[in-house]
Design a protein around this ligand. Structure first.
Ligand code: FAD
Length: 287
């Protein structure tokens, strides 16, 4: 399929990009790696008249430590996440998840900003950002604002981004050393989006779960934070009965679409299994 006609713009600074988007209005869209937007344009599900390519903006790139947080520029690619020693040591769940996205070709182009700003329930990074308590820095014609990932997702392809705003960076608090983590993703084949996936970050003390956060991918129109499921495991040794209770609490909040990846009941069932597996693997990893 061939996309409709559009004009291509390549600003060199974030300021110019914000101005361009404001001037061009509703029919302009930022372009990052293009691995979600261009396929949508080829299917004519997106028909922007202007693409504002963010690739030439140096200030949107890079991974840096800022006190107790890691700040990742929106145009950092998934492959750059995989190559980062800082990510591997401070946020290993991000490394694990990036490796489960698509295939190397997609990961060389696809960006962190594009993945979290897209609003596709199938994207893997958003649930992870909820689990880790990340904050997004948005830049627009009215200035800068920070939005918690937990408040960002409003529906499929609907986010807190206002027209003309660009997601500039993602700030993630570094979990304590010795934390356990796991991202469990069921997919039909290598390179596929999740049929169901669960992210877990937890800490253990004296053999019991001290803190826990659980996120869910592709089990609703938006990424989900399974708060009751996480509460159900805190203070326990994570025996089988607790794992089942946590899975049941997570299933309660799931509302996946029935589609080529399976009917609703199947997706909820395997969603519960992903929660159990991620909890078990996360606990085994915790110091
Ligand atoms: P783009 O496609 O350029 O943009 C996506 C959307 O976000 C557009 O609406 C764009 O306007 C907007 N946008 C981009 N950057 C910004 C910004 N900084 N500020 C504001 N808005 C912005 N993803 C997964 O998570 N898991 C998978 O398993 C997976 N499998 C895939 C398999 C294939 C074959 C392909 C082609 C893609 C797959 N993807 C998957 C999607 C891939 O990870 C995309 O790269 C990613 O979702 C979007 O990132 P991008 O940089 O390509 O963004």
């Amino acid at each position: 399929m061939i996309p409709g006609q559009f004009s291509y713009h390549r600003p060199g600074t974030l300021r110019d990009a914000v101005k361009l988007l404001a001037d061009l209005g509703d029919e302009a869209r930022p372009l990052a790696g293009g691995h979600s937007l261009i396929p949508m344009m080829k299917l004519r599900l997106a028909t922007p008249e202007h693409l504002v390519d963010l690739a030439g903006i140096g200030e949107l790139k890079g991974i840096r430590r800022d006190g107790d947080a890691i700040v990742i520029g929106a145009m950092t690619t998934q492959n750059e996440l995989l190559a980062s020693g800082e990510i591997a040591s401070s946020l290993p769940i991000l490394h694990e998840t990036a490796l489960l996205i698509a295939d190397p070709q997609v990961r060389y182009r696809g960006t962190v900003g594009g993945n979290v700003a897209n609003g596709d329930p199938g994207n893997d990074m958003p649930a992870l950002m909820l689990t880790l308590g990340a904050t997004y820095r948005l830049k627009g014609p009215a200035g800068d604002r920070d939005v918690a990932a937990r408040d960002f997702y409003q529906g499929a392809y609907f986010t807190a981004l206002e027209p003309g705003e660009i997601l500039a960076s993602v700030s993630i608090p570094v979990p304590p050393s010795g934390h356990g983590y796991a991202y469990e993703k069921l997919k039909r084949k290598i390179g596929d989006y999740a049929t169901a996936a669960a992210a877990v970050v937890l800490t253990m003390k004296g053999g019991k779960v001290a803190t826990c956060s659980i996120g869910l991918t592709n089990l609703s129109e938006t990424p989900l934070l399974a708060e009751e499921a996480a509460q159900a495991v805190i203070g326990t040794t994570l025996d089988d009965a607790v794992l089942k209770k946590a899975a049941a609490a997570a299933i309660e909040i799931m509302s996946p679409a029935g589609d080529g990846r399976g009917p609703v009941e199947y997706r909820k069932h395997v969603g519960g299994i992903m929660v159990e597996r991620a909890l078990k693997r996360g606990a085994a990893r915790a110091a």
